[in-house]
Design a binder for this molecule. Structure first.
Ligand code: BGC
Ligand code: NOJ
Length: 814
């Protein structure tokens, strides 16, 4: 069953039934002001950091779900009936309900008792505010008197403190109201110079800023007392819970349409201009007022919206493809690329499954996110790379995350994950391949954010590789540390205390437990760094990296091979994990996918055996599970992985992040059918028809789909913020379609299904537009290329040296 449909022309998903299995969300904002918005107007907003600068309040894990949002109410002054055009929070039965989630905007609306109302929510480029454009049309044959109410609940900035520290927070709330603008100024005194505001374009009949005045005693958002009474009370919040609510009266002739614009925003005043008059405690509004006035003008709002559309048009125009498979096209051209931008912006901080208070930007995560968005925002990726590298420790080790506001590393969710540093090499190499900006390697970049400690970025990469080499175990394989990519494979943890975090407890020093996955990652990253080094003229160094890679491959071949597949790890006792000798957890996808992806075993048959085993033991109709058999009980020596019920998360769930490793691995063996088959199993658009089972948004990937051991096999969880986005994008675009960036130019090396007659694509790359068409003439993956009509050797399209800006590339596959 479906809850809506794709509108690819407009790059929208249109939800037509409000009670989706879970709130289906979208993101507003792409620079510093952000919001989450659900299909029924739930969600919240923040400035840069979802924890420290939360603007509006949201209730997690609560009943009813998705409570708190950007709520509009309409009240018919004749019948005194009121409703929400976005369904929530009043949940009336609406006519023509629709929610159009688009690129950086959402439009929600419906008709109720002859009154049509739609609100378009978006964040203009380069501004720290969001606009709600509410359009109301009287579809009756008679005049209508409609009171309109718009409301939000302010958060007292630090979302964690806001949700817990009531003894203080219920006494600190402060607001100002001036010219119909509500200013939320809690703590705008000694330490803070920022405030939020909520403004309305039409003269207000009234406002409220104290929650209790609006909702009434024991009242809820579904039935605000003041809306019920048809009259806000001009309350001024002192303490308790500041809100912003506006009331506007409209008289609508039959067929008449009116628009009201609401602006919710954030502003920081310079230290020396905080108050006006100086010496008072009154906010100086002179700097923010022009901005507010500007966007309250519907014409300006429309211009800002058009700019936003152009922005996305240009980002998504960098790569576009037309294949015989609509799900491939839709995801690669629209939603997967869009999700890559969301993961890049949010990391893993704010979604329906991430509270926004838990995490900063992950080191491992952010480096992988780069794979999916570097072609769209190379300048921002450059900055991100330097920020990430600046937190790297002198040992080459990495903090597991850093805070976007301070840009300093922290280990709040643990440290000592031994795979972390290697991902930096892959992030940087993806950036170099996209941009050719070799100068980045010379950028002086601090260690551990210490001023004065700067070394060239290249030195960071060197240290990343050495970090692994200095931490090898008894089989010359990399020591795992706290965990590797799989955060839950905690081989040095031995936690027996309930509730203790596997991610942060003190570990054993760990001189024994080794990871075959990190070995595969090292082989991959080591080759990349060798290529980088040799292009920098450091041939000796390049050779030493290749030597280290060869030794690592040898260690994998000797100690990381189980006969039919690659082992996963050795535990702290030196016992095998992911071996046929194990009772449970005999085979894992991470090491098999990544070792083959890295090119291990391609020549001696190990790779094809490993992938055959992956297919046989791990692949299901809903994707490839992490391991089999699932752990049926808790193992002290394995940690969190065995704390999950079988079939969920790292314990044999379908981790969608890992599936593309197997897809890429299949392409390395030339198996286009198998690669694309895996791709399709987890492609959200291809799963739209089973939305009742899948339950998460059909337009973005989820981190996990319950595995075959779970009662809810096929049910997705943790949508949006996951490395799944970047890896699936990278797998389909660069490996299956084979439109691949290399240090030396754009490579065309498709490994597509046999049944495809070909595909065409446009790729803007280093200032040139490549118009690519690939036609299949045989069953294989051999490609012969012509560039502007002339055949070329090999499959890397040379960058034009004569100033051509458009290049036609034709490929014949045989
Ligand atoms: C989850 C992991 C996650 C980790 C860190 C674990 O509980 O299962 O997927 O990466 O926490 O937050
Ligand atoms: C989610 C984390 O964000 C990611 O870094 C990790 O690799 C996976 N979980 C697997 O544990």
């Amino acid at each position: 069953m479906k809850y809506g449909h794709f509108d690819d022309q407009n790059r929208e998903y249109v939800i037509t039934q409000p009670d989706t299995p879970l709130p289906w969300i979208n993101y507003l904002g792409s620079q510093s002001y952000f919001g989450i918005i659900s299909n029924t107007a739930g969600g919240y907003s923040f400035y840069r950091d979802a924890r420290l600068r939360r603007l509006t309040r949201y209730r997690y894990n609560n009943v009813p779900m998705d409570s708190g949002g950007r709520y509009v109410y309409l009240r018919d002054e004749e019948s005194r009936e009121f409703w929400s055009p976005s369904w929530q929070p009043t949940r009336h039965e609406l006519k023509d309900y629709s929610c159009r989630h688009g690129m950086g905007y959402t439009v929600i609306g419906s008709t109720y008792s002859g009154i049509e109302a739609h609100t378009r929510y978006f964040v203009p480029l380069d501004e720290n505010l969001e606009i709600w454009q509410l359009t109301i049309t009287n579809r009756r044959t008679t005049k209508a008197s409609i009171s309109t109410f718009a409301s939000i609940e302010f958060c007292l900035w630090n979302a964690q403190d806001d949700a817990t520290n009531f003894q203080r927070n219920l006494s600190i709330g402060e607001v100002e109201v001036e010219d119909d603008v509500i200013y939320h100024k809690t703590e705008y005194r000694e330490r803070r110079n920022h405030f939020a505001y909520f403004a309305c374009s039409l003269p207000g009949a009234a406002f409220d800023t104290q929650r209790e005045a609006f909702l009434g005693r024991y009242g809820g958002w579904d039935k605000p007392a003041a809306v019920e009474a048809g009259q806000l009370t001009n309350s001024i919040a002192h303490g308790w819970s500041p809100i912003g609510a506006h009331q506007v009266e409209l008289e609508l002739e039959p067929g008449e349409t009116r628009q009201i614009v609401f602006v919710l925003g954030y502003h920081e005043n310079p230290d020396d201009q905080k108050f006006l008059p100086a010496g008072s405690q009154t906010i100086n509004k002179t700097l923010v007022e022009p901005v507010i006035r500007k966007y309250l003008d519907p014409v300006e709002a429309d211009i800002a919206f058009a700019r936003l559309r152009e922005y996305w048009e240009s980002l998504l125009g960098i790569f576009e493809v037309n294949t015989p498979d609509i799900h491939t096209n839709r995801m690669a051209n629209i939603w997967n690329a869009y999700q890559c931008m969301a993961t890049f912006n949010m990391s893993r901080s704010a979604s329906s499954f991430e509270s926004g208070i838990g995490r900063g930007l992950g080191f491992r995560d952010s480096n992988q996110d780069i794979l999916g968005c570097v072609h769209m925002v190379p300048a921002r990726v450059r900055e991100r790379i330097l920020d990430l590298a600046a937190t790297q420790l002198p040992t080459g080790g990495a903090y597991h995350q850093y805070q976007p506001l301070t840009k300093r590393g922290n280990n709040d969710i643990g440290g000592g994950f031994n795979d972390d540093p290697l991902w930096l090499i892959l992030g940087v190499s993806a950036y170099l391949k996209e941009t050719g900006d070799w100068k980045i390697l010379d950028e002086p970049t601090p260690l551990d954010s210490e001023a004065g400690s700067e070394v060239p970025l290249y030195e960071h990469l060197r240290r990343s590789l050495h970090y692994t080499l200095e931490r090898l175990g008894p089989h010359a394989l990399p020591l795992i540390g706290r965990a590797d990519w799989n955060d839950c494979l905690n081989l040095n943890c031995f936690s027996s205390t309930p509730g203790e975090s596997f991610q942060t407890t003190t570990n054993k020093e760990g001189k024994v437990a080794e990871s075959v996955f990190i070995a595969g990652l090292f082989v991959n990253a080591g080759r990349e760094l060798a290529s980088i080094a040799s292009r920098c003229g450091l041939d000796g160094e390049a050779a030493s990296y290749l030597d280290a890679v060869a030794k690592m491959e040898q260690a994998v071949n000797e100690h990381g091979w189980d006969g039919e597949w690659f082992l996963r790890a050795y535990d702290d006792f030196g016992a095998k994990i992911g071996s046929k000798e194990c009772e449970e957890g005999k085979i894992f996808i991470e090491s098999n996918g990544f070792c083959v992806l890295a090119g291990i075993g391609l020549e001696d048959g190990k790779a094809s055996k490993a992938l055959a085993a992956t297919q046989k033991y791990l692949a299901t109709e809903h994707g490839i599970v992490v391991q089999q058999p699932a752990y049926s009980r808790y193992y002290l020596n394995l940690g969190e992985i065995s704390s999950y019920p079988p079939g969920y998360k790292e314990n044999a769930g379908v981790f969608c992040h890992l599936n593309p490793w197997a897809m890429i691995a299949e392409t390395r063996l030339g198996h286009g059918d198998q690669a694309h088959d895996y791709y399709k199993r987890i492609n959200p658009s291809a799963r739209e028809e089973i939305s009742d089972l899948h339950r998460c948004e059909p337009y973005v990937y989820a981190q996990m789909i319950a595995g075959k051991d779970a009662p809810s096999f096929g049910e997705a969880k943790n949508s949006w913020l996951t490395g799944t986005a970047a890896w699936n994008y990278y797998a389909i675009v660069q490996w299956i379609l084979g439109v691949r960036t290399t240090f030396d130019g754009l490579e065309i090396a498709p490994v597509i299904p046999k049944s495809w007659p070909g595909f065409s694509a446009t790729r803007k790359f280093r200032g040139v537009t490549y118009k690519i068409s690939v036609a299949r003439k045989g069953d294989g993956n051999q490609i012969a290329l012509t560039v502007d009509g002339s055949p070329i050797e090999g499959n890397i399209v040379p960058t034009p040296t004569d100033g051509r800006k458009i290049v036609l590339v034709k490929g014949i596959l045989t």
